[in-house]
Write a protein that binds this ligand. Sequence first.
Ligand SMILES: C[S@@+](CC[C@H](N)C(=O)[O-])C[C@H]1O[C@@H](n2cnc3c(N)ncnc32)[C@H](O)[C@@H]1O
Length: 316
Amino acid sequence: MRAPSLGRHLAAEQRAFLARDRAGWEDHLARVRAFLGEGLGSAGPDSKVLVLGAGSGLEVPWKLAPPSAVGWDADPWSRLRTFLRHGRWVPWVFQDLTGGLEDLAALAWRTARQPWSGRIRANRAAWRRLAGLAASLDPRCGALRDWLREHRPATVLAANVMGQFGAVAQRLVERAFAGHPPWTQDPEEPDPMDQALDAWTARAVRAFLEVLAGSGAELWLVHDRAVLFEAAAVSLGPTVDPWTAQLRSEGPLEAQDPLCGVDVAGELRERAPDRHLRWLWPVADGRTHVMEAVRVPRPRGSFWTQDPAAFLSHNP
Ligand SMILES: C[S@@+](CC[C@H](N)C(=O)[O-])C[C@H]1O[C@@H](n2cnc3c(N)ncnc32)[C@H](O)[C@@H]1O
């Protein structure tokens, strides 16, 4: 038996995502499509544009995209689903954006299973071993880095994918320990596996932002800033950092940080965002996402995205 492939796992996740009851999603869909649509529309008809986490195009108004735009999603059905939704056969990259999920899944599988029988080691020693070994994994987003270097897009959109890195990693690990979740059940006890996965996720998110910031492209980033549980009476005040200061709630809130403590604007370093929006997305009963949309203009004098002659005339 082998670890399930990332593609198969993401395809199953996408089916579940699309099968959800979408009552209450209208406001989110209108906002995310408006933001991503503006990014696509402002790119210019001859620009190279890359859409990361393109999925089935539920959130991406592909009709506004220039002809050479490319989608990126590791779900093997995403391109076809985009075609069925938008009638457009978009060039596509199917690789893992983090570059590290297959390694993590394989490590979890090897740690969780006895080599010959395949029986699951449902014990603390296996979880601790995996937690220790996972510390040496370093997702570097290598495929994305290489693609950006080769193709030099003028605009990159991240369509609600960055907040998924940790959730996908967690579910791949859980699948390796099928039926025996490798988490400490006592919320008062520190959980080494939980901590190891948070640290892995933070490394992946930082690497992703570092690669995007270094690309010189204009960035339009949408992601889950937080997941709130049982948040019926929650609202957002004016946009302010940290995001927790923006929450207005009548009662106590249980919140989870899908970016595992990474500060998006901080990681973009000298490339300061010039647009910063947040809104609430009631995804399901008892589960609301705080969505964040950030636009980062192209760096001034960037050779990366300019015609070399034009660059040299301004930077002799
Ligand atoms: C919340 S969905 C976004 C939906 C999408 N923007 C749309 O309009 O349909 C996240 C998407 O990211 C993809 N994804 C998640 N992790 C990924 C990874 N590490 N590499 C590439 N794609 C990934 C999933 O397959 C999924 O389609």
